[in-house]
Design a protein around this ligand. Sequence first.
Ligand code: PLP
Length: 221
Amino acid sequence: MIEKNIRKILDTIQIHSPYPEKVTLVAVTKNRSVSEIREAIRCGVKVIGENRVQESEEKFALLGALSVQKHFIGHLQTNKVNKAVELFDMIESVDSERLAGALNVAAKATGKVLPVLIQVNIARDPRKFGIFEENMEDFLKKALLWPHLKIQGFMTIGRLEADEAEQKKYFQALHSLFEQMRTAKFSGMDLQYLSMGMSGDFIPALECGATMIRIGSGIFD
Ligand SMILES: *Cc1c(COP(=O)(O)O)cnc(C)c1O
């Protein structure tokens, strides 16, 4: 099942993305067993996503030295940043200046420059974290304060209950913010990833220019 699901998602990327070669599939492995994760990696998954530090620590210890990139995609509490920097290759969910500052300190202590994405609350959903679109420029201007973070793009969680037209409106808005920031004002910054789309809405996300899609149930259920 996992194998068939992954193959289907990879085909869908080919069909629906304007630039399929740029798209990375992040297999969201929260709540999944180590054997399910191993199976996904065997089927070609190169990146996994987790949303809890403690659960990740336990599972990564069991996974051992398997070659896979690990992304953190949940709300990260500042008291867990040291562990997160140790465990993950990228934090996709930097959702406040306070968290960026804490991650910068943690990365500095390890001598790393940590790849991160900024989580944007593009749908202005009061239940979700993330910065608002209109604050992005100010946020990026503060990047100088965080020399140990490498800001590589944006991430968003759309509104799953929305219809496809509304989903597309949000994804298009984030794509256009992304293009605006990376071409004009922050061209020195290497903004290259746009992480949007989950099992229920990754097709519209791909059509709107996503370069990372985060899929859990669509792979493992
Ligand atoms: C759980 C989760 C996903 C994957 O959701 P599915 O609907 O299972 O594909 C993607 N992104 C984030 C931030 C998540 O927490």
